[in-house]
Write a protein that binds this ligand. Structure first.
Ligand code: HEC
Length: 136
């Protein structure tokens, strides 16, 4: 009786161990797959710091101001941009301040803190957007 019980327990333990090993194996291969999946997006093309005005506008502004700056949630910028100097435009985009000293509505992001993809825009990026808007 005692020996049979021991054999039974041993078999049970062996079975549990092999299930555990199987699960560990699945877990490890699962991690491998997940690792590959998370690595994949990094090979994609984020909006590069060197991206031009049209790309920067599409990524950061078009959602509110329209694909052709024709207006949407935010006002039309296409024609208006022609009258803005570069410093005025930068002040509006970075700090939410209109030339006449008026603070723009909160809906308009303060890009100095909001950033493009979390990174504060460079002067070159802001002027590239203004150049793009002036061409529309
Ligand atoms: C979440 C929506 C939103 C996004 C994104 C956005 N804007 Fe705006 N923007 C607005 C709104 C709303 C106003 C109007 C604010 C007001 O008049 O008080 C505005 C106003 C402006 C103005 C002032 C226009 C004027 O006539 O006074 C400029 C310039 C401007 N946005 C440029 C940009 C640029 C460039 C980007 C991208 C880098 C951008 N905006 C992204 C919503 C947005």
């Amino acid at each position: 009786m005692k020996t049979e019980t021991l054999v039974g327990v041993t078999l049970l333990l062996a079975a549990l161990l092999s299930v555990g090993a199987y699960q560990a194996g699945v877990g490890i291969s699962g991690v491998g797959v997940a690792g590959n999946q998370t690595a994949a997006p990094s090979t994609g093309t984020p909006v590069a710091a060197s991206a031009g005005g049209p790309v920067l506008f599409a990524a950061n502004c078009a959602g509110c101001h329209g694909a052709q700056a024709q207006g949407g949630v935010g006002p039309k910028l296409a024609g208006l941009a022609k009258n803005w100097t570069a410093p005025e435009f930068a002040h509006a985009v970075l700090d939410g301040q209109a030339p006449e000293g008026r603070a723009l509505a909160e809906t308009m992001p303060r890009f100095k803190t909001a950033g493009f993809d979390g990174v504060p825009p460079t002067d070159e990026q802001v002027s590239a957007i203004l150049t793009f808007l002036k061409k529309l």
